[in-house]
Design a protein around this ligand. Structure first.
Ligand SMILES: NC(=O)C1=CN([C@@H]2O[C@H](COP(=O)(O)OP(=O)(O)OC[C@H]3O[C@@H](n4cnc5c(N)ncnc54)[C@H](OP(=O)(O)O)[C@@H]3O)[C@@H](O)[C@H]2O)C=CC1
Ligand SMILES: O=C1CO[C@H](CO)[C@@H](O)[C@@H]1O
Length: 344
């Protein structure tokens, strides 16, 4: 069966204020500019560098930024997300915030409440839903290609990024919250909400600087099982992702290692299926551009995007349940989780 990924129409012009100027900002800024947005950006140090490299206007303070823009795009280290979401909401600006929506589920709930009270929209950046191999697979599953989903398997291997805050599990949340959250979210997109989580984690090397790998098993409310493995132990900058989705009537497989890479300006490199089998229709457009275009259209009064703030909260709750399971050695129900705090 061939599945076609629909062409995404361009977003209308928008005044966007980006907060943060690091790795992922280098993927967002060109995407916003390609979409025709007018971009101002602010960070504590790096905004000038980003402007010189890609364009947009570097501004000196958060207050100045909020005065200039219609919407805010938060691309700062995870612990700072909540404060910037609250500031943007207080200024009456719609908010797009990179994953994870916040460092803890309690913070994510506060963020959702702040935006609801201010009457502004809030969306988290789960860009994997916009990678063509993932989008096409989701559409195939939703169309019944494999029948009822029974077992999903995901792997995501990469190296831990350089900035120090990723190394501190108090800041990044560790490999489960920071990296594997992509697959935790994708698992729910296909198989619905999660009831119970069991997880194991391994740390090779000294102290908090050790390289962490994890395996998380999810039991969905509908009975399906998902298992996700992730590691920061793969050398180099390329990610490799695989998945296999087995149902009552068939199985879908993807391995980014068998397909040609998609290189995104700004130094972030993912790998993307192209040209064969189930997933022939690679748009050639940055998934960040597809993502931000859909979000921009929602901000301008169009349809809601495919991922909600509540989806962002759900993914954090699953990650927190996994971290609790690592600590206790026991399965953990997602409903029992409320801000467990730091990573194991
Ligand atoms: N969806 C995806 O595929 C990805 C998502 N992410 C997520 O994006 C977020 C940012 O990650 P990444 O870009 O890799 O991180 P980086 O460390 O590369 O960049 C962070 C940027 O934020 C700035 N910054 C740091 N603290 C503050 C602050 N308090 N206020 C304003 N600016 C600040 C830093 O700049 P300065 O030096 O100027 O202070 C830097 O420009 C994280 O939440 C991460 O999980 C990251 C990578 C990929
Ligand atoms: O997809 C991604 C690439 O890896 C990074 C480091 O784990 C993540 O922060 C990011 O979400």
């Amino acid at each position: 069966m061939l599945v076609t990924v629909p062409v995404h129409p361009p977003a209308p012009p928008l005044r966007v204020g980006m907060i943060g100027a690091g790795g992922i900002a280098g993927a967002h800024l060109p995407a916003w500019l390609n979409l025709g947005a007018a971009v101002s950006h602010f960070s504590t140090v790096g905004a000038e560098v980003l402007a010189a490299r890609h364009g947009g206007v570097a501004v000196g303070s958060l207050e100045e930024l909020l005065d200039l823009v219609d919407v805010v795009d938060i691309v700062t280290p995870t612990p700072s997300h909540l404060g910037y979401i609250e500031a943007a909401a207080a200024a009456g600006k719609h908010v797009f915030c990179e994953k994870p929506l916040a460092r803890t589920s309690a913070d994510a709930r506060r963020a959702i409440e702040a935006c609801r009270a201010a009457g502004v929209q809030l969306y988290p950046g789960h860009v994997v839903r916009y990678f063509s191999e993932y989008e096409a697979t989701h559409r195939a599953v939703a169309a019944g290609t494999v029948g009822a989903v029974a077992v999903q398997r995901f792997t995501r291997t990469g190296s831990r990024p350089g900035p120090d805050w990723f190394h501190d599990p108090e800041s990044s949340g560790g490999v489960v919250l920071d990296q594997m959250i992509h697959d935790l979210d994708f698992a729910c997109w296909n198989a619905g909400p999660v009831d119970t989580v069991f997880a194991r984690q391994a740390r090779i090397g000294p102290g908090t600087d050790g390289v962490v790998s994890a395996h998380v098993v999810l039991q969905h409310v509908n009975g399906a099982i998902s298992h996700a493995a992730g590691t920061w132990a793969q050398p180099g900058t390329a990610f490799r992702t695989t998945f296999e989705i087995a149902g009552s009537d068939g199985i879908l497989r993807h391995d980014s290692g068998e397909h040609k890479p998609l290189v995104i300006d700004g130094g972030i490199r993912h790998e993307c299926a192209a040209g064969t089998g189930l997933l022939p229709d690679v748009t050639g457009i940055s998934p960040f551009e597809l993502e931000l275009g859909e979000i921009a259209r929602a901000f301008m009064g169009g349809d809601p995007p495919r991922v909600s703030a509540e989806d962002g909260l759900a993914a954090i709750l699953i990650a927190e349940a996994a971290i609790t399971s690592v600590r206790t050695g026991q399965p953990v129900t997602v409903a029992s989780i409320e801000n467990v705090g730091v990573a194991a």
